[in-house]
Design a protein around this ligand. Structure first.
Ligand code: ADP
Length: 742
């Protein structure tokens, strides 16, 4: 492989997740034995050169994974907007032999990168003419390869579903709004909450969905002046009349009406007070949204993005066009940077020109779909639009252990079903409720407040089906005239629906459409790369491990942390990437005594060379004999006076907690698709049984007939697990190829 010399910088507005991205770029480059430079203070540092561009190594990016902002600084640079400034930047890069650049920034920074790339050759000519570089350098560095990573909390860039920082910003917002809801409800107050997003309403829209807001203003859908005031007041009044104790209005900072007048929080407050007499308060979240530690997603996904950027550099030549490394659903993708920059600017222009519907289309199907869902969710009653058709009775049940986001999915199922004019039935306590007939009709407000509470209000358990259970369930389905079933849950829920599917010949009542929605912290289900609840569990683990790491570093200590997952190592591996664990033990790989011996040698070597902290993450079933206690005791005994070892078994805190915004959004999206799918199946007279999921960049249904092909029934996990491919990345981020650096 040709040796490359890479520089990385962060530019524009800071975003949580920039640090993990920089760390990944540096460490991936070190593994490839490339030269790697950190450019401090963005383009400003690129122009100033000198100590602003520093050669980096493995340990230059130690201890930054969990930090918000950007440790290498970001600045806005007017000089970089000038040709002279950019020429000086080209000189600084060439004179250090840099032939590839990773820019982590917003659309402005990436536009700047694109301009730099386009002008590069002409700058080289001028530098040669001016005698600043010689022929050899001019020949060797005729061009540069650029990889862009989008750092922006607003999620406002085309070409990627998620920008770095958007998930963490949503975390800050949902935490704040959840807290405000409880005080608002106590006093029956109305809150107007202003969130960031000058050109893009992603944060406002997703926060509105995730927190069950009652009204949302986004730049992409400006309302008519005079009309929105009426609409908003009517909706909020109806909410109060139906028993809502809190009223939450979320407004994006760039929200405007169709005349282009900004929709300010003060004016919204005035309208609500004057027309409804509502006790209204304003909360402007401001820079809190940018601050704080990156979320689990903003650590592991950005790590993948950074590693992919270096892979791309290794496989490209300097002549290749600049690329953007982005995300599609759960997949990392590489797309032409130029196109993304142009599309993003086109949306801005469309919004400025008032062409909102095209801007909404270009923003991506998921955005428009989420907005449509929001319009349903903020109602206080179904619109009645679909009345008059055959009225279906759709049952909702859970199965498996509790997972954060189950309630969010159940709430969405109820409201989407009711909106389409059907009867929604809540089944208590999983399959047990189907057996006993413990079923109740759910109305619109019966699920009020479920959007953000952990656990499962309907009840869930892991009861397996056997013997007469099938007969009892068939009788309930007939008695209750159930037309379709949605099961929101984990492995035992899927297994239960699969068993009913297999017994269709014996029980004709089972010949109805059924669908499973993945909701388990273990993320061990076929047909999907992510299950609802797994993101919350990852964040729960990460928060605890962050604290454990802080305590450990004070006293030369190694922690062996045990996480859940049953036989599936997803939580262990991904939390390992998100927390910077040096070793992850998985059931899929097993644990050998020789592995432990090697790990111990590394620990001894590391601590004797000045290392202060060790972190090993172990899946709860990695090996049934080499338990967490055994491993901790082994390391402790053999480590002698060099270091202490402690074990931490995280237990049920991983299943609890309020759902993360990622889980809420996934739950809402999948649940809506499931209910509309079931309705479609029923009305078309089809009786399919399937499971929904997010796979290879899209969301789809997989027929239940594929269950046995796809799963390892002994270990209760998919036969093929996408995240297993991330093991080399986890290792490369944790282990320096040079054994002397700590
Ligand atoms: P963001 O990257 O977060 O969108 P800015 O728009 O402020 O933030 O851009 C950050 C920096 O990128 C600017 O200070 C400037 O140095 C550079 N930049 C932005 N747009 C351009 C452009 N059109 N040409 C050259 N440089 C640009």
């Amino acid at each position: 492989m040709e040796k490359r010399s890479i520089a990385v910088l962060t530019s524009g507005g800071d975003a949580q997740g920039m640090n993990p991205a920089v760390r990944a770029v540096v460490r991936a480059a070190v593994h490839k034995r490339f030269d790697i430079y950190l450019i401090y203070e963005g383009y400003k540092g690129m122009i100033l050169g000198g100590n602003y561009i520093r050669k980096a190594g493995w340990s230059s990016v130690g201890g930054i994974l969990h930090k918000g902002g950007t440790s290498i600084g970001s600045a806005r640079s007017d000089a970089f907007r000038t040709e002279e400034g950019r020429r000086q930047a080209v000189f600084n890069l060439i004179s250090r032999g840099i032939d590839a650049l990773v820019v982590i920034g917003g659309d402005g920074s990436l536009t700047g990168a694109n301009v730099l790339r386009q002008e590069w050759a002409s700058h080289v000519d001028v530098l040669l003419r001016e005698g600043k570089i010689d022929n050899a350098l001019a020949e060797k560095y005729r061009t540069i390869f650029i990889a862009g990573l989008v750092g922006s909390i607003d999620n406002d860039m085309c070409g990627t579903d998620m920008t770095i920082g958007a998930d963490s910003a949503l975390f800050r917002i949902t935490e704040a709004v959840d807290a405000i809801i409880s005080t608002a409800a106590s006093h029956q107050r109305t809150f107007v909450i202003k969130v960031m997003g000058r050109n893009c309403g992603y944060l406002a829209l997703m926060a509105g969905l995730s927190c069950g807001a009652d009204y949302v203003f986004i730049p992409e859908d400006p309302p008519k002046p005079g009309e929105w005031e009426e609409n908003m007041c009517a909706l909020l009044k109806a909410g109060r009349e139906s028993g809502r104790r809190d009223n939450i209005v979320i407004v994006a900072e760039g929200a405007r009406d169709t005349e282009g007048n900004p929709i300010g929080s003060t004016y919204i407050k005035q309208v609500l007070e004057e027309r409804l007499g509502e006790d209204t308060r304003i909360t402007i979240l401001g820079h809190v949204q940018r601050g704080g530690a990156p979320s689990a997603y903003d650590r592991y996904m950005t790590t993948l993005l950074g590693c992919t950027a270096v892979e791309k550099i290794a496989s490209s030549s300097a002549e290749d066009e600049p690329v953007l490394i982005g995300v599609q659903e759960n997949d990392v993708i590489t797309v032409p940077l130029m196109k993304c920059v142009n599309d993003t600017q086109e949306i801005r222009e469309m919004i400025k020109a008032g062409d909102y519907s095209r801007a909404m289309d270009l923003s991506g199907g998921v955005f428009a779909e989420a907005y449509e869902t929001l319009k349903v969710m903020i109602r206080t009653l179904p619109s009645g639009a679909d009345q008059g058709q055959r009225k279906l009775r759709i049952a909702i049940l859970h199965g498996g252990g509790p997972a954060a986001g189950m309630n969010t999915a159940a709430l969405t199922a109820v409201r989407i079903g009711l909106e389409h004019g059907h009867t929604m039935l809540g089944v208590s306590d999983s399959f047990q409720g189907l057996i006993n007939g413990k079923i109740r009709e759910m109305d619109w407000m019966s699920v009020g407040g479920w959007v953000n509470i952990g656990g499962a209000e309907l009840g869930t358990n892991r009861k397996p089906l056997s013997g007469t259970d099938y007969y009892a369930i068939a009788r309930t389905i007939e008695e209750q005239k159930i037309d379709a079933i949605i099961m929101i849950g984990g492995w035992s829920g899927y297994q239960g629906i699969y068993n009913m599917y297999k017994r269709r010949e014996d029980f004709s009542a089972f010949n109805i459409p059924m669908v499973c929605l993945p909701a388990t912290i273990n993320n061990n289900l076929p047909g999907t790369e992510r299950s609802v609840g797994s993101d919350t569990a990852l964040n729960n683990i990460m928060h605890v491990v962050d604290k454990i790491k802080q305590s450990a570093v004070a006293s030369k200590r190694c922690f062996v942390v045990e996480v859940m997952g049953r036989n599936c190592g997803f939580l262990a591996l991904i939390s390992g990437i998100a927390t910077g664990a040096e070793r992850v033990y998985l059931h899929e790989e097993g644990v050998k005594l020789s592995d432990l011996q090697k790990d111990l040698e590394k620990l001894v070597d590391g601590f004797s060379k000045g290392k202060r902290l060790g972190l090993m993450i172990r899946n709860e079933r990695a090996n049934h004999l080499y338990t967490t206690a055994f491993m901790a005791a082994l390391f402790e005994e053999e480590g002698g006076a060099l270091f202490d070892v402690r074990q931490a078994i995280l237990g049920h805190l991983q299943q609890g907690g309020d759902p993360s915004p990622h889980d809420r959004i996934l739950a809402i999206r999948l649940s809506r698709l499931c209910i509309e799918h079931l309705i479609g199946e029923c009305l078309a007279g089809r009786k399919s049984v399937s499971f929904i999921g997010q796979q290879k960049g899209k969301v789809d249904f997989v027929d239940m007939s594929r269950w046995t092909d796809l799963v390892d029934t002994e270990f209760q996990r998919p036969k093929s697990q996408w995240w297993m491919n991330l093991r080399p990345i986890a290792r490369s981020m944790a282990e320096s190829p040079h054994d002397t650096e700590y």
